[in-house]
Design a protein around this ligand. Structure first.
Ligand code: MLT
Ligand code: ZN
Length: 464
């Protein structure tokens, strides 16, 4: 019996080899990769995932786990007509919410926004948050250790995990699904799978940390005198608010110009070349954070770090400010797509980074910059676009490699990272090989060989 027949025997019409049915699953979010697969399967339980893996073992096939397919590095796109594409969207139950210990146990296919809604109904809060939350899935968030908009206060996806259930490459199930804050019993095996991008096993469920639902959000938009001023503002804001800064985003005037050009109806509230979107939040008595916000804005204005500031006075205004930030990637897409970067450096070095990078890129002009991102995490999306009225594809072919080399080399020289939150996938395997610490790379290869000796799990991703 062929593998596809065996899988169809197991899953019925939740296994398909039809080219039409598979088409949208074979292309990545950014349209960088168009892959191939033997078939696409939709298991509905951990047992079914394990059975799929065991059939792959029997038939010597490899498999590619896929969640909401929203990643930026092609990590969930299969690359060969012999691979099984294992989509987790039907494994989407919330198994338990514990309002006392403040944890949730949820399956990999739960859409992030649905997880938010489910726990908020219990007056609880799951803080992982990002533009794609209406379609990205928990399993993908964890497998890629996603970042997003609230890392400053709550950490990356992996830091929110207490336990994991993982189907291993031999079809056995690793179960560390304990809602324990403290369990100091040897290697923290769950860490192996957070950020492994499905190369060591398939995450099927997780126990996650929850928090009291914030009762107050205070959101402000500031035009600041420069990147250095933005960085000085951060510790001030953290101190003045009792460490309640949840988001601290930088947005350049260039990114706002793209937004004005390509997305209708979005106008920044203030003029200027450098902007910060600052959000304080907490589970506090009502009105608790407003005086702190006003005070810190006054201090920032007095110090000359901020030139002007507005505070969101309603939920609609808060949403409007966030829409400016969250639509920048869409504006870049409509402008013909950018050469995307996702660098991090120590926060104190961001001003030096932003000063030196354009000087080094000058040799590659003409080009347009669009710089924005999670400056409070030391993470910038230092994106580069073709000059207006030129062909973005030709620009990318001619200069993409040289541009990325400048952007990534500078981050590396400053002790930073070429991939702060988007992961490696198939897009950045060569960068990992180039910039990765040799001992770390050797250890990663040794772990891969020990756990997945036959290279069954997501081949060609992460490690080349
Ligand atoms: C964001 O922060 O908006 C994304 O991580 C980056 C992007 O879409 O460019
Ligand atoms: Zn980002």
């Amino acid at each position: 019996m062929t593998l596809v027949n065996a899988l169809a025997g197991l899953l019925g019409d939740r296994c398909t080899a039809s080219a039409d049915a598979m088409a949208s699953y074979l292309e990545d979010e950014r349209g960088l990769y168009r892959g191939e697969a033997a078939c696409l399967v939709f298991p509905e339980s951990t047992d079914e995932v394990a059975a799929v893996v065991r059939l792959c073992v029997e038939h010597g096939a490899s498999l590619v786990p896929q969640g909401g397919n929203t990643g930026y590095c092609g990590g969930a796109t299969p690359s060969s007509a012999t691979q099984v594409l294992l989509n987790l969207s039907r494994l989407n139950r919330i198994r338990a919410i514990d309002p006392v210990g403040m944890t949730v146990t949820a399956e990999a296919g739960v859409i992030l926004a649905n997880l938010h809604d489910a726990v908020e109904a219990e007056d609880l809060f799951f803080p992982l948050s990002m533009g794609s939350e209406g379609s990205c899935q928990l399993g993908g968030n964890l497998a890629t250790n996603a970042g997003g908009l609230a890392v400053l206060k709550y950490g990356m996806a992996g830091e929110l995990v207490l336990g994991l259930e993982v189907v291993l490459p031999d079809g056995s199930v690793l179960n560390t699904l304990k809602p324990l804050r403290k369990d100091n019993t040897g290697y923290h095996l769950r860490q192996l799978f957070l950020g492994a991008e499905g190369t060591l096993g398939v995450i099927t469920a997780a126990v996650l940390k929850l928090f009291p639902r914030p009762t107050e959000f205070q959101t402000a938009w500031l035009s600041v005198s420069g990147v250095a001023a933005a960085c000085q503002l951060l510790p001030l804001a953290r101190r003045a608010s009792g460490d309640c800064v949840t988001s601290f985003e930088y947005i350049s005037g260039q990114s706002l110009a793209l937004l004005a050009q390509h997305v209708e109806g979005l106008r920044p509230p203030l003029a200027g070349e450098h902007h910060v979107l600052l959000e304080l939040s907490g589970a506090l008595p009502p009105g608790g954070l407003r005086p702190q916000l006003e005070q810190l804005l006054e201090q920032a204005l007095e110090a000359g770090w901020a030139e002007d500031a507005v505070i969101a006075e309603s939920l609609d205004q808060r949403r409007a400010l966030w829409a400016l930030r969250e639509n920048i990637p869409e504006a870049e897409k409509r402008a013909g797509r950018s050469i995307k970067h996702d660098v991090s450096v120590p926060i104190a070095d961001i001003p030096a980074y932003c000063e030196q990078a354009p000087r080094r890129l000058a040799a590659l002009e003409p080009l347009r910059l669009s710089i924005y991102g999670h400056i409070g995490d030391g993470n910038l999306h230092y994106n580069v676009l073709a000059p207006e009225a030129s062909d973005p594809a030709a620009f990318k072919t001619d200069k993409g490699e040289a541009i990325s080399r400048v952007v990534h080399d500078l981050a590396a020289e400053m002790g930073g990272s070429f991939s702060a939150e988007h992961g490696i996938g198939q897009l950045k395997t060569a960068e990992l090989a180039r910039y990765g610490d040799p001992a770390a790379l050797a250890l990663m290869r040794a772990l891969k060989l020990a756990i997945d000796p036959e290279g069954r799990m997501n081949p060609g991703k992460l490690l080349d």
